[in-house]
Write a protein that binds this ligand. Structure first.
Ligand SMILES: NC(=O)C1=CN([C@@H]2O[C@H](COP(=O)(O)OP(=O)(O)OC[C@H]3O[C@@H](n4cnc5c(N)ncnc54)[C@H](O)[C@@H]3O)[C@@H](O)[C@H]2O)C=CC1
Ligand SMILES: N[C@@H](CC=O)C(=O)O
Ligand code: NA
Length: 432
């Protein structure tokens, strides 16, 4: 089976190397030899690549998707365009597609899967979510018996690497991000990682697979890690929590929650201890209960592992009737439902609040009084010592669960107090 490879960077290079190194084992699994015959890349480093001898390489990606010899196009160039046009043309030419491009799937997946279905080809995207972890396989196949209740995951390796290094070694945000870029973890535009956009792409995909809904990236609430301060990490730890960047999607009475944001998690939870570039996804199904999937969320070989697994899957089902293949979004395409994504004001979580207040008597009583008036009860309070020479003190509160709309109202009143300088808030999830 002949593969046309688009992109020879971190993931493309890893894919070429894994196909070369493990060729015999892969052939035994797939039932046929799988070879890269044609590749396109604007730039690549031949010293990092194995098995180049029989590969035709140019910088023309469209020549690959138009090559009649190519059976599968593997898109690893990233971005929206020309990735979308390349994938659609590959499908139109009757080729199967494998991609690691979560941005492409989250925004254009509905169009791409429709085109693939019409043409009877497969578009596989295991590497697009949580890198090497076979989470898409788990959701589409392993958990197919379940009514999925919720998913919560650390699904951006770069962000988790940054938070971990800041916490463990006190390193500077920009310095750790630079290292993540050098290690090949970060997106071409790293604001996608640190502003939560990459995690939102992945969560959008997970929600569709879990609940049988069309991809709706525009409705995902997205908050990144850039506003997490070191003192929040420290105070959270004093309270027995870790701060993780989490994607959460939950089925509710009214629809689904779809949200990506920093989150306090009790430190006793396994997922609170997932560090560095590792990812983890917790899935709660009604029959199976909670299941947890852990592994490298980014990097050359871990991501290539998922890409190559998809190629093998396609090789195994080449002769299967297209209608009998596993559906792209886990549910039969004519069975997708239109559950609405709920507004954040309807989401219920506990909250960590850090207020910077004037060090005066009565401020704490007034703050807790306002929260109480909105029906928000408090689990813990810590009033910190003022820093040397300062007249302002941090006031840290942990609340019980509350509707976000009620919290917004209470915080608007607290913010207006002349003794309150600033407020930061982080949602808290117990994940049970
Ligand atoms: N780096 C990682 O750990 C992971 C990356 N991904 C996804 O995999 C895809 C590839 O990412 P990386 O390998 O990190 O990127 P990269 O920047 O290392 O490699 C991109 C490759 O595509 C080539 N390229 C770009 N535009 C091209 C064009 N128009 N025509 C021909 N070649 C072109 C570049 O020359 C380079 O060889 C992206 O969609 C990314 O989101 C997914 C999971 C993990
Ligand atoms: N930039 C992404 C790469 C994998 O999807 C990440 O850091 O998780
Ligand atoms: Na994966």
């Amino acid at each position: 089976m002949k593969v046309g490879l688009l992109g020879l960077g971190t993931v493309g290079g890893g894919t070429l190397n894994v196909l070369h190194r493990n060729a015999a084992e892969i052939s035994r699994r797939a039932g046929r030899d799988i070879v890269v015959s044609h590749a396109a890349a604007r730039d690549y480093n031949p010293d990092d690549l194995e098995g180049l001898a029989n590969v035709r390489i140019s910088d023309d990606a469209f020549a690959v998707v138009r090559d009649p010899e190519v059976d599968i196009v593997v898109e690893l160039i990233g971005g929206y365009s020309p990735a979308r046009e390349l994938v659609l043309e590959a499908i139109e030419n009757g080729k199967h597609v494998v991609t690691a491009n979560k941005a492409l799937i989250a925004l254009h997946g509905n169009e791409i899967f429709k085109a693939a279905q019409d043409k009877g080809v497969t578009v596989a995207f295991e590497a697009a979510v949580a890198g090497g972890i076979p989470i898409i396989k788990a959701l589409r196949e392993g958990l197919a018996a379940n009514h999925i209740e919720w998913i919560a995951g650390i699904i951006n390796g770069t962000g988790n690497f940054i938070l971990t290094e800041m916490r463990d070694k006190g390193r500077d945000f920009a310095d750790v991000l630079k290292e993540a870029q050098e290690l090949g973890y970060a997106e071409a535009d790293p604001t996608f990682d640190v502003e939560g956009i990459d995690a939102a792409h992945k969560l959008t995909i997970l929600a569709s697979l879990a609940f049988g809904i069309p991809l709706q990236f525009d409705s995902c609430y997205t908050e990144g890690i850039t506003r997490v301060e070191r003192q929040d990490v420290e105070y959270a730890e004093e309270l027995g929590y870790r701060i993780k960047h989490l994607g959460v999607t939950r089925r509710t009475q009214e629809g689904v929650e779809l949200r990506v944001h920093p989150t306090l998690i009790p430190e006793r939870r396994l997922i609170a201890n997932v560090d560095g570039v590792m990812n983890a996804v917790l899935v709660k199904g009604d029959a199976v209960g909670s299941t947890l999937y852990y592994g490298a969320g980014a990097g050359s070989l871990p991501t290539a592992s998922a890409v190559v697994a998809d190629i093998i899957d396609i090789a195994r089902t080449l002769t299967t009737d297209p209608g009998n293949r596993v559906p792209h979004l886990a549910f039969q395409p004519d069975e997708l439902s239109d559950l609405p994504v709920q507004g954040m004001d309807k989401v219920e979580t506990a909250f960590y609040l850090r207020l910077t207040v004037e060090d005066k008597p009565g401020v704490l009583a007034r703050v807790t009084g306002i929260l109480g008036d909105s029906g928000i009860s408090i689990e813990a309070v810590k009033q910190k010592e003022p820093l040397a020479g300062e007249t302002e003190v941090p006031l840290v509160l942990l609340t019980h669960r509350v509707l976000e709309g009620d919290m917004d109202q209470a915080l608007a009143v607290i913010e207006a107090m002349d003794t309150v300088r600033s407020i930061s808030r982080i949602r808290v999830e117990y994940l049970d």
